[in-house]
Design a protein around this ligand. Sequence first.
Ligand SMILES: Nc1ncnc2c1ncn2[C@@H]1O[C@H](COP(=O)(O)O)[C@@H](O)[C@H]1OP(=O)(O)O
Ligand SMILES: [Mg+2]
Length: 355
Amino acid sequence: MAYEKELELALLAVQRAAILTKSVYSSHSKGTLTKTDSSPVTIGDFGAQALIIASIKSAFPNDEVVGEEDADDLRANPDLKNLVWDLVQQAKLSDPAAQDKIGGPIKSADDMLKALDGGASEGGNKGRIWALDPIDGTKGFLRGGQYAVCLALMVDGVPTVGVIGCPNLPVDDKAPLDSKIGTDADDKEGKGVLFGAVKGQGATSRALTDGKLEAPKTITMSPLPDVAQATFCESVEAGHSSHGDQADIARKLGITKASVRMDSQAKYCSIARGAGDLYLRLPTSKTYQEKIWDHAAGVVLVQEAGGEVTDAYGKQLNFGIGRTLKENKGIVAAPKAVHAKVIEVVKEVLSAKKD
Ligand SMILES: Nc1ncnc2c1ncn2[C@@H]1O[C@H](COP(=O)(O)O)[C@@H](O)[C@H]1OP(=O)(O)O
Ligand SMILES: [Mg+2]
């Protein structure tokens, strides 16, 4: 099967990075810090990015990576560098054969910095480029809710392999979705899911473990004969998408169920496995450009589970023009059969706002 090696590498690398993020949450008081550009980040972001890029570069030395982080903060702060270096050395898969497949440990702190800086690709529509978000949904991570380790391989600008690790989603694909799932208040049992998809080959989920890969289960979106019955997902953060516009769209579609708010690409995962139906992300800002690492993996998953993903105007997402989706505004993900109807209503709501 095409991309078999890439999928296995991505699954194992994401699994190891997820182990690292869990150790940051439990042993390092969540590891929060503020980057020199004042955006929030955790020590887990650096460690997870370094591990995943080192794995990619050892298996596929010529591939490029567009990663969210870089090593500038670690170079400027030796204590921080040492802290992340300790984390990276400890994060190992329990199964030696699985660990061997992802290139073993990084040899030195300097190698770790080099790996971290390996995410500086400018992207583009030629060749093989990976898009990596080591911790997507930092706010969710900090509140003990949903976050995701997200990795996609783009081939000639097209997201082709997508893997997402969600340490706080329930393993059961059909567990009811509500905004409290995965919060600290919940039982920790039965949590942690690893999703994978390859273009043209379907989408799967399996329990996220720390060893060998579990057997995959095929996932598909729920059949949604009547869009009024939909459950729609949106960001927790009102600054990331317009809760008001999304509520208007839902009302016009006849949807009466309350939205499910969760952080990160766990939203794409949840609709791909049929636990929810729609993901609406209407822009709050005229200037914000969505980042490719925030969507590439989720898009492959939803497409392969029977869905369609476009921007808010129904335009195809263009992943091949750099590190952002600068030609697109907002995101609408829905089962294929209802996508056009949803876009029609989204356009109505957006054009009414302009008047
Ligand atoms: N104004 C904005 N509009 C849309 N997304 C945003 C905005 N500001 C930040 N983000 C991104 O939203 C993502 C999280 O989305 P969600 O709300 O679905 O969890 C983060 O990767 C974050 O990027 P960053 O990490 O650079 O702040
Ligand atoms: Mg992100």
